[in-house]
Design a protein around this ligand. Structure first.
Ligand code: ISE
Length: 335
């Protein structure tokens, strides 16, 4: 049976996922789209056979021809949508962030625990990127010994309108909170944020770049350079320093050219391009698992931990100093 998916939110990611499900993913089709902007929902629905357009997520989730939900609306709208999906027992792929803060993430976590089974996969797509997967597999062999340090670089060409200094943490570094936890298998226990003099290319009053330092409960340190107006390309790199060696990804040397007295290559400009394959694999894995009646991938626990770390990170950015993170005890559902 083909999985009939309602896509909630048809902004940049939502519209890309509609295209992906229709053109790339096997075993699924989009049966409904939802957007507060009715015209936008109608336009996107009109491109897909048998797809209905809605402005209210609850109406789409109540429809008979919806088996699963992909949530790509803005973060503050996620909690209400997730709780409604739980009422209908619908499996969900929820784009990051799970919710904007720890308290709301915890409410979602408690609601899922109440159900007694997982319904949600959180959209931390880097876990499906071929290079990250290779790095994770290498660490798991133990050949390099214990990880001591993780260095992350996260650069965007330019920040979108309305992007705030807090969002460098809550929207961008959110990915490195998950990468750090997933690669190292540790929780993040404390965060410090340093603020270099902003780049002249950063829009008014934006604290860009920032340097974030995570301390983990396993004794490792993970740092993140986040620079969302670097101007030259979309770059995500990671290097793990272990007791017996190091491993690094994201150099983007897929093709090196030598020409006219120079050597070089090209740099992707955008995450929908750099992580296109990761998104493809993420959505395919979600569809496959859902059709088997399973839920895999990053969980609500991972979404909650990321929300708690980001909230502490924003506090560290604002107040300065080191902020500790206090997670609730991990419920059995996620162990
Ligand atoms: C955006 O929301 C993402 O998720 C991208 O992966 C990240 O690079 C960007 O900085 C965020 O704004």
């Amino acid at each position: 049976e083909e999985l009939r998916v309602a896509v909630i939110g048809t902004g940049r990611m939502g519209a890309d996922h509609v295209r992906r499900i229709q053109e790339v993913t096997s075993g699924a089709r989009v049966s409904a789209v939802v957007d507060l902007d009715a015209e936008r929902a109608k336009t996107i629905a009109s491109r897909v056979d048998g797809c209905t357009a809605h402005t209210d997520p609850a109406a789409a989730m109540a429809a008979a021809d919806v088996d699963a939900v992909l949530v790509a609306s803005p973060g503050p709208a996620h909690e209400a949508t997730l709780l409604t999906a739980f009422e209908h027992g619908l499996p969900v792929l929820c784009e990051k962030p799970l919710t904007p803060d720890a308290a709301s993430a915890l409410r979602v976590l408690e609601a899922e625990c109440e159900l007694g089974r997982r319904l949600v996969q959180v959209g931390f797509m880097r876990r499906y990127d071929a290079e990250y997967v290779r790095l994770k597999s290498l660490l798991e062999t133990g050949q390099l010994g214990r990880p001591l340090l993780l260095h992350n670089r996260h650069r965007n060409v330019a920040s979108p309108p309305g992007f705030t200094s807090d969002m460098l943490i809550s929207d961008s570094v959110a990915h490195e909170t998950d990468v750090t936890r997933w690669l190292l298998g540790h929780e993040i226990a404390a965060v410090t944020v340093l603020r270099p003099t902003p780049s002249a290319s950063a829009p008014d009053a934006l604290q860009d770049p920032q340097f974030v330092v995570f301390e983990t409960d396993g004794g490792a340190v993970s740092d993140v350079e986040i620079f969302v107006n670097c101007g030259f390309g979309y770059q995500v790199q990671a290097e793990v320093v272990c007791e017996r060696g190091t491993a690094r990804i994201g150099d983007g040397h897929a093709m090196v050219t030598h020409m006219a007295g120079r050597w070089g290559g090209t740099i992707d400009q955008d995450y929908t391009v750099r992580f296109a394959d990761a998104y493809d694999r993420e959505i395919q894995a979600w569809v496959d698992a859902t059709r088997r009646g399973e839920v895999t991938g990053p969980s609500v626990w991972d979404g909650y931990a990321a929300a708690a770390v980001c909230e502490a990170g924003v506090r560290a950015l604002t107040d300065g100093g080191r902020v500790e993170i206090d997670l609730v005890e991990k419920p059995p559902l996620y162990r």
